[in-house]
Design a protein around this ligand. Structure first.
Ligand SMILES: NC(=O)c1ccc[n+]([C@@H]2O[C@H](COP(=O)([O-])OP(=O)(O)OC[C@H]3O[C@@H](n4cnc5c(N)ncnc54)[C@H](OP(=O)(O)O)[C@@H]3O)[C@@H](O)[C@H]2O)c1
Ligand SMILES: [Zn+2]
Ligand SMILES: [Zn+2]
Length: 333
């Protein structure tokens, strides 16, 4: 089968590789779609120290079971894999916190991932997709929509709150805007690009394009500030994100587009404003299952910039790097 293999730091090629082998508890899936994520760019730039070479890249997929050695799954089931492969038995797995599994490996990082025609996945890492949720939306659940859902759950989001989303045109941002809206909040999107603002406005109550966006957030909230900011960019916007929060506000930190940059945190500001900073990564199996149910009932749309076949992976990667893209880039093997 064909796959995108990273064979050493920063170097990849599309190769013919043997079909994956299954052990007891494993499932073979045919990949319907895999999605690119900014993380793939960071991985190819060498920022992931636990990468094992050679490895098949890609951690976001939806597929169909073609062979199963796990009695919970049978041929024809449509499934999404988590980002990690939990053992299913450690204390965190038993508490529904499988993303903290002490023995978890990570797809596309230290075990083979999903930019391939087929993939081996442990049954412990799979969630069945309801018929009503299309592939293009399901593929975005574990790393994007359920990941944001988990972050909002962890900061205790309630209906009627105001949520700011930075990087609102990005793969994470444009779906975070829609999820926050579907959960009954008022949403303010932030983008650098006036050209993208109109598109985002279809889903957000307001869109801000000013670099110093905290002043505008204050104006839009009667001088109070936002209840929650979803930080989907990182160091370029975090100062303004913190300034946008009301007293008692919560920041969900998801993006880190410039991992080399360090942000100097003023502790007094956090303390005196009673601010919570919450780092957020991946999603647990219950978050994925709940999000899939929610998508079944909501009007959240997958925003797909383009879809490429596996052998055009180079073009897909260039598209990811472009500055005019809105939403996700998909691979259809
Ligand atoms: N924590 C997790 O579990 C998780 C999961 C997925 C992704 N991520 C991280 O989240 C971040 C976004 O990922 P993504 O896949 O959504 O990437 P993306 O599609 O490229 O979106 C990033 C958005 O951020 C904005 N942006 C980029 N560079 C910026 C800069 N220097 N200053 C201001 N804005 C900038 C851009 O929006 P505008 O052009 O509209 O300004 C861009 O659309 C990445 O750091 C990624 O690694 C984390
Ligand atoms: Zn991802
Ligand atoms: Zn575990």
């Amino acid at each position: 089968m064909k796959a995108v293999v990273v064979y050493e730091k920063g170097k990849y090629e599309i190769r013919d590789v043997p079909m994956p082998k299954l052990n007891d508890g494993d499932v073979l899936i045919r990949i319907n779609y895999a999605a690119l994520c900014y993380r793939d760019l960071l991985q190819l730039a060498g920022y992931y120290p636990r990468m094992k070479y050679p490895v098949i890249l890609g951690h976001e997929a939806v597929g169909v079971v073609v062979e199963s050695r796990d009695p919970r799954f049978k041929s024809g089931n449509r499934v999404v894999p988590l980002l990690h492969e939990p053992d299913g038995v450690c204390e965190f797995c038993l508490r529904g916190l499988d993303s903290y599994c002490i023995n978890a490996l990570s797809y596309g990082e230290n075990i083979d991932g999903f930019f391939a025609e087929y993939a081996r996945v442990s049954g412990n890492a799979l969630v069945k997709v309801p018929d009503e949720v299309p592939d293009e939306l399901a593929v975005l659940v574990p790393c994007v929509i359920a990941m944001v859902y988990k972050g909002l759950r962890r900061v205790g989001l309630t209906q009627g709150e105001t949520v700011v989303v930075t990087g609102a045109s990005g793969g994470v941002g444009i779906h975070a805007v829609q999820l926050a809206k579907a959960l009954g909040t008022r949403v303010i999107g932030v983008t650098r690009s006036p050209e993208k603002a109109g598109f985002i406005k279809q889903f957000a109550d307001d869109v801000i394009t000013e670099g110093k966006f905290s002043r505008v957030v204050k104006d839009l909230t009667g001088g109070i500030g936002a209840d929650i900011v979803i930080e989907a960019v990182g160091t370029p916007t975090i100062e303004e994100s913190i300034r946008s929060l009301r007293t008692g506000g919560r920041l969900v930190i998801i993006g880190n587009v410039n991992p080399d940059e360090v942000y100097p945190l003023r502790l007094g500001h956090l303390i005196l404003k009673d601010i919570s900073l919450v780092g957020n990564v991946r999603s647990n199996k219950p978050d994925v299952a709940e999000t899939l149910k929610l998508l079944n009932k909501s009007s959240i749309k997958p925003i797909i910039a383009a879809t490429y076949p596996l052998d055009k992976f180079n073009e897909a990667l260039e598209h990811m790097k472009g500055s005019t893209r809105i939403g996700k880039v998909l691979i259809k093997p």
